[in-house]
Design a protein around this ligand. Structure first.
Ligand SMILES: C[S@@+](CC[C@H](N)C(=O)[O-])C[C@H]1O[C@@H](n2cnc3c(N)ncnc32)[C@H](O)[C@@H]1O
Length: 287
């Protein structure tokens, strides 16, 4: 039994949700731009947390302050950290119900509004595993509105990864909050590393995906983000951004304190598979 526990925890923690704009595939490129030394790590647009888990795998004792404005997502992180066994049981029950009748069970869960923390978190994980494209998208009222995906055998529980994520998040040096990105301005200190991965500015009218919350990320938000980043730079923080290669982004980061690096990517969130390849994104840093 002890051996089994060690085996489960030896799985490297990975994002437990598929998230639009998730950075797992880009980690080999982003890794090259992680500062050689830094104090605490801040990630205020956490999403699936690809870079957080990458850094924690290398250094489980890292001091981290991570956050997101999506309250359902932040609750899922807290439940995985604090009540993972109950969460796994709830997901196992959902997996059984799904197998009996995928279509009707999926839509009944999508319509449901559970109140307990365990059921809320297991609803989010279940929908993320079974919905079309594994996409989290809500309408203007904050209601999840993605249709059922076509999967023959979705991995609804993924116990090994949930246990591993739970274990690494239990470090007393990690804080997870639901808040707007600007809240970190008063918290980050000299030599801390801040990674900003906001909803991207659209490169065209049809290419936008910004519905992670009931509030879209506007150009004004991006201007505010650049202002916050410059203030962090003045404090001596090491700031790294991901964003689209759009004119708005290039103009706002045109000052010489920012180094702009173009990186080639395959874009996963597009219903037309032919449009998923051959894009360029930006990494922008002040160090
Ligand atoms: C591109 S995703 C981050 C993806 C993440 N890096 C990953 O690897 O999965 C952007 C995230 O920003 C969050 N967000 C949107 N507006 C925000 C705001 N004003 N403050 C903080 N988070 C926000 C969204 O909920 C979403 O999870």
């Amino acid at each position: 039994m002890v051996l089994l526990k060690q085996q489960l925890l030896s799985v490297e923690p990975k994002p437990f949700v598929k998230w639009a704009g998730g950075k797992r595939q880009l980690m080999p490129v982003i890794e090259k731009h992680i500062p050689a030394d830094f104090g605490a790590y801040f990630e205020p647009f956490l999403g699936g947390g690809a870079l957080l888990f990458h850094l924690l795998t290398k250094n489980p004792g890292l001091k981290c302050n991570v956050s997101d404005l999506n309250s359902d997502l932040v609750l899922a992180y807290a439940v995985i950290r604090d009540r993972v066994k109950e969460l796994i049981i709830s997901l196992e029950n959902r997996a059984k119900d799904y197998q009996k009748n995928p279509d009707s069970y999926y839509y009944s869960v999508r319509e449901s509004e559970p109140t307990s923390h365990i059921e809320k978190a297991s609803r989010l994980l279940f929908l993320n595993r079974t919905c079309f494209n594994g996409l989290y998208r809500v309408n203007s009222k904050g209601k999840f509105n993605v249709p059922l995906g076509r999967y023959s055998n979705p991995n609804i529980v993924n116990e090994e990864n949930l246990l591993s994520v739970s274990h690494v998040l239990q470090s007393k040096r990690i804080q997870i909050n639901c808040q707007d990105f600007s809240s970190i301005l008063g918290l980050a200190k000299k030599n801390d590393f801040v990674y900003f991965d906001p909803p991207y500015q659209p490169v065209s009218k049809t290419a936008s995906f910004t519905s992670y919350t009931d509030r879209n990320f506007s150009y004004d938000d991006l201007e505010m983000l650049v202002d916050v980043s410059e203030k962090l730079g003045q404090k001596g923080c090491k700031v790294l951004h991901s964003n689209s290669k759009s004119k708005q982004v290039l103009d706002l980061f045109s000052s010489s304190k920012w180094k702009v690096i173009e990186i080639p990517v395959n874009r996963a969130i597009n219903s037309d598979s032919a449009k998923r390849t051959g894009h360029t994104e930006l990494l922008i840093k002040n160090y």
